[in-house]
Design a protein around this ligand. Structure first.
Ligand code: DC
Length: 236
């Protein structure tokens, strides 16, 4: 074993929180800084939603959904160190922010068969550690033993503004009223569904990003990563 691996143990970083509070941006920045894999688990739920839309399957048709999952392959591939979602071999990252996908994805994510289908894929991606995964149930269900769990919050105004900018950058126009009410609707469904609702794991560290710059968020998170690594090294 080289001295580098002794000083720098690979860990799993689980990042959870509501939509639009900056989880994916932080996860992306952290993974870049640490040379870790970043997985946006929300993109996987969006990919399933896209598949159901294309197949003309309603979110209420559980039997058809179960059937559709059998021939669905969700994966990620690295492009310039960035992990890109694929669905049955097709690159889909540019298709996941449309209003059609956004309007059904929370209902799709509340289906227990969909969650258990994605759970296996997500856990497999973390088997070698060195991963930052963001979502809603990453610290509570997918990686309950993650070495570092972050729970991100921000107020609804900041979240609406950020989501609007993100969509604008992708060339998608939606009014702030639509974005805000969609975020609130998704908050409600994501936090109140029966299967794996969004909750803060007991051992997660909370970061409120309302007034933090992107750089502040990264620095704060890196501080926690360093603490975890020194604890792990001290325990050796
Ligand atoms: O993070 P996002 O907005 O891309 O997530 C899309 C939807 O998927 C959202 O309604 C929450 C849901 N989701 C989930 O239930 N569990 C996850 N681990 C990730 C996302």
């Amino acid at each position: 074993m080289g001295s580098e691996s002794i000083a720098d143990p690979k860990i799993i970083i689980a990042i959870d929180g509501l939509s639009g509070c900056g989880k994916s941006t932080l996860a992306k920045d952290l993974s870049k800084q640490l040379s870790y894999l970043h997985i946006d688990s929300g993109a996987m739920y969006r990919s399933v939603a896209l598949h159901l839309i294309r197949e003309g399957i309603s979110v209420n048709d559980i039997e058809d959904i179960k059937q559709a999952l059998q021939s669905l392959e969700i994966s990620t591939k690295l492009h310039d160190q960035v992990s890109i979602p694929y669905m049955n071999g097709e690159r889909v990252d540019h298709l996941l922010q449309t209003s059609e996908v956004v309007s059904i994805v929370s209902e799709v994510a509340a289906i227990k068969e969909v969650r258990s289908f994605l759970k296996g894929i997500q856990q497999d991606l973390g088997k070698d550690k060195g991963i930052v995964m963001d979502g809603r149930d990453i610290g509570s269900v997918i990686f309950p033993d993650a070495e570092l769990k972050l729970y991100i919050t921000a107020d609804i105004g900041a979240r609406t503004d950020r989501r609007a900018k993100e969509l604008e950058a992708r060339g998608l126009e939606m009014t702030k009223e639509f974005i805000k009410s969609n975020l609130e609707k998704r908050d409600y469904i994501d936090s109140n569904r029966e299967v794996s609702p969004l909750i803060k794991a007991d051992d997660a560290i909370c970061i409120d990003t309302t007034k933090l710059t992107r750089e502040d968020q990264l620095n704060e998170a890196i501080g926690y990563v360093e603490e975890v690594k020194s604890r792990l090294n001290a325990a050796k």
